[in-house]
Design a protein around this ligand. Structure first.
Ligand SMILES: Cc1cc2nc3c(=O)[nH]c(=O)nc-3n(C[C@H](O)[C@H](O)[C@H](O)COP(=O)(O)OP(=O)(O)OC[C@H]3O[C@@H](n4cnc5c(N)ncnc54)[C@H](O)[C@@H]3O)c2cc1C
Length: 350
C-alpha cells in the first residue's frame, strides 16, 4: 500500500517504523528537522514501553533519564508519598527520532487537509497529528486541558524525585519530573486556566533557571466520543482519537497501544475501530467520573460507583501506571487525611 502519515509524534514515528517494513510510506511533520520538539513531560512506565522499543530495535534503557523511586503528591494541604514501580522519565525526543531513522520524512510540511496530499495519490492517510487536523471536529464531548511546561535547570534541585501538586478545584495538576543532571520538566495543566499561575507560583517558591517554554493542550475526551476514526482515505490514531488516560493525562503508552492495533488491523479498519473502542472502554468511565469533579458538582449517588470503579482500576493497575496505590505502598499523615475527608464530605450532595 502507498501510505502517508501526518505527524511525527510517538504514534506517527512508531507507525513509520513498523509500516515501512511492508509498505511504501511517506511521513510529514510541520516542524523543520532542527526545530522538532516533543511537547510532553517525558514520564512513562519503563516495563510497558520496552515492548514498543524492542519492536523498533531500540533499547529503552539507553533513553531512560531518571528512575523514580517515590512520588510526592500534594493535595489540599495533604502530602502523600507513593512507592513507584517503574515510573521513569526518558528522552522521548531521542526515542522517536530513533524510530524514524532511515525512513522517509518530509519535515517543515504543514498539512491542513486531505487535499494537500492529493498529488501523492496515497491509498491510506494516517492522521497522527494529535490535534486531529484531517478528521472531522469533535463537537459535543471535546475536552482539552491547556498545558504549559518549562525545561528548568537547578543548581540544587528542590525535589530528588517525582512531585505532583493537585490544583485547587481539582481541575488540573502541576508536575515536577526530574530528567538528569539537575534538569527537570516543570509544568501544569488546568481546565480552569490556572496553569500559568501555578507554574509561576512554583518558580517563586523554588527558583530555577528557565531554559525553554512550550505549551499545548492535551485531549482527555475518550475514543468513544472521538468518532469517526475514519473519513475518506484518512484514519486517525493516538491522541487524535483520544487515547490519553483521562485521570493522569498520560498518552504515550496508550498511543503506542493504539498504533499497534492499527498495524494489526490495517486491512480491516472497522475491526481496528472495534478493537480501539474495546481496549479504551474504561476511559469513558474516567471521563464520566471527571466531568462532575471539574464542574465542582459531586453527587454521592452518582459518583459512588464511578469512584469505586476508578479507584479499583488504579489499585489493580499500579504496575501499569508505575505508581503505588495500595495502603502498603503509600504513606499519608492520618490527621491531614481525616481533615481532607471531612472537607470533601461537606461538599458532597446526597
Ligand atoms: C505538556 C504535556 C505533557 C505531557 N506529559 C506526558 C507524560 O509525561 N507522559 C505521557 O504518557 N503523556 C504525556 N502527555 C500526553 C502525550 O504527550 C500525548 O498524549 C502523546 O504524545 C500523543 O502522541 P501522538 O503521536 O498521538 O501526538 P503528538 O505527540 O501530539 O504528535 C503529533 C505530531 O504531529 C505534528 N503535527 C501537528 N499538526 C500537524 C500538521 N497540521 N501537519 C504536520 N504535522 C503536524 C506535531 O508537530 C507533532 O509532532 C503530555 C501532554 C502534554 C500536552
Amino acid at each position: 500500500m502507498k501510505i502517508g502519515i501526518v505527524g511525527m509524534g510517538v504514534a506517527g514515528s512508531y507507525l513509520l517504523n513498523q509500516l515501512s517494513r511492508d509498505h511504501d510510506v511517506t511521513a510529514f511533520e510541520r516542524y523543520p528537522l532542527k526545530k522538532f520538539q516533543c511537547v510532553c513531560a517525558w514520564g512513562t512506565t519503563k516495563d510497558y514501553i520496552r515492548r514498543f522499543g524492542d519492536q523498533c530495535d531500540i533499547d529503552i534503557d539507553e533513553h531512560v533519564l531518571h528512575e523514580g523511586r517515590t512520588l510526592l503528591t500534594e493535595v489540599a494541604g495533604m502530602a502523600i508519598k507513593s512507592e513507584l514501580f517503574g515510573l521513569v522519565s526518558f528522552d522521548k525526543q531521542g526515542f522517536v527520532e530513533a524510530m524514524r531513522k532511515g525512513h522517509k520524512v518530509r519535515y517543515d510540511s504543514w498539512i491542513n487537509s486531505e487535499e494537500d496530499l492529493k498529488k501523492y495519490d496515497f491509498d491510506l492517510i494516517i492522521d497522527a497529528t494529535g490535534l486531529r487536523v484531517l478528521l472531522p471536529r469533535i463537537e459535543s464531548y471535546e475536552l482539552r486541558i491547556p498545558c504549559v511546561q518549562y525545561r528548568v535547570e537547578y543548581e540544587k534541585p528542590p525535589f530528588e524525585d517525582f512531585y505532583v501538586k493537585i490544583l485547587d478545584g481539582m481541575s488540573g495538576y502541576l508536575w515536577y519530573f526530574p530528567l538528569e543532571d539537575g534538569i527537570a520538566h516543570v509544568g501544569a495543566g488546568d481546565l480552569h486556566r490556572g496553569h500559568m499561575k501555578a507554574v509561576e507560583g512554583f518558580f517563586e517558591r523554588y527558583g530555577g533557571k528557565k531554559q525553554k517554554l512550550v505549551g499545548r493542550a492535551v485531549r482527555l475526551c475518550p475514543p468513544k466520543y472521538c468518532q469517526p476514526f475514519q473519513s475518506g482515505k484518512v484514519v486517525g490514531v493516538g491522541e487524535s482519537i483520544g487515547t490519553v488516560f483521562p485521570l493522569l493525562g498520560e498518552g504515550i503508552i496508550p498511543t503506542l497501544e493504539c498504533s499497534e492495533l492499527l498495524v494489526r488491523h490495517l486491512d480491516d479498519l472497522d475491526e481496528y475501530r472495534r478493537q480501539v473502542l474495546k481496549k479504551f472502554a474504561f476511559y469513558e468511565t474516567c471521563y464520566d467520573f471527571l466531568m462532575p469533579v471539574f464542574r465542582g458538582e459531586m453527587s454521592m449517588s452518582e459518583q459512588a460507583s464511578l469512584s469505586a470503579a476508578v479507584f479499583s482500576h488504579m489499585w489493580e493497575n499500579q504496575a501499569r501506571h508505575g505508581v503505588g496505590m495500595t495502603p502498603t505502598s503509600m504513606s499519608i499523615d492520618p490527621k491531614a487525611l481525616f481533615q481532607q475527608a471531612m472537607s470533601i464530605a461537606r461538599k458532597i450532595t446526597l
